[in-house]
Design a binder for this molecule. Sequence first.
Ligand SMILES: [Zn+2]
Length: 213
Amino acid sequence: MAKKAELEHVYNQYRHSCAVAIGAVSAGDFQTGVREAESSLSHVYPTITYQKRFLKTEPDAPTLDVLLRYAPPLFLEQAIDAVERWYLSGTRTERGNLPDVSERIASARSRATLARELWSVLDAAPDAHLAVSNRNPAELEIVRTWLRLGAVAPSTRYGPQQYERVSDPRRSACGRCSGCGHTITAALSRLLDPFPCPACRREHPFVLLRYTA
Ligand SMILES: [Zn+2]
C-alpha cells in the first residue's frame, strides 16, 4: 500500500493539473485543457485513494469532465481512447470508486461521431449551413464549443439556430491533419485546400481547430 506522503505528492500534482486544465478551458484553449487532462490520467486513481483514505471526501476528478466534454468537439478520439485504457487499468476497487466512467466514455464516443457528422455538413460546400435543434443538448454543446473556437458563426442568411463555417481565407488558423493528427498553423485558405501534410506527407483534409489571429 502506498504511503501517505507518496499519495499526497501525487494528489498535489493532480490538483495542479486540474488548475491548468480548468484555467485553459475557461480561457477558450480547449486543446491545452484536454492535453493536460490526458497527461494527468495516471494521477487520478492515487488521488482518489488519498481523498478517500486521508481527506475522507468523495472521489472528485474534474479533469475527466474536461476531457470527456471537450475531446469530442475537437475530434480528439485518441484522448477518449486514453481515458478508456486508463480506466480499464484500474483495480476493481479503483474502478468502483468511479462507477459511471464507462457510461461517460460511451457518451463521449457518440458525441465524437455526432461532431464528425455535423462538421461534414459544414464541410460539404463553401456556403453550407448547419441547423441546430434546441432539443438536442449534445448538438448544442458541440456547436457552442465551435463558436468559442471561432470555427463557426451564427448564419446571417438563414435565420436563428443556423451556423456556418467561418472562412475569411486570410485568417491564420490552427489545423489538424485528419490522417496523422499533426497540427500546423497556416492561413485558413491553405488549410482548407488539400496539400501535403508536413508530417505524414499525404493530402488528408485538415480539420480546423481554432483561429490564432
Ligand atoms: Zn498528416
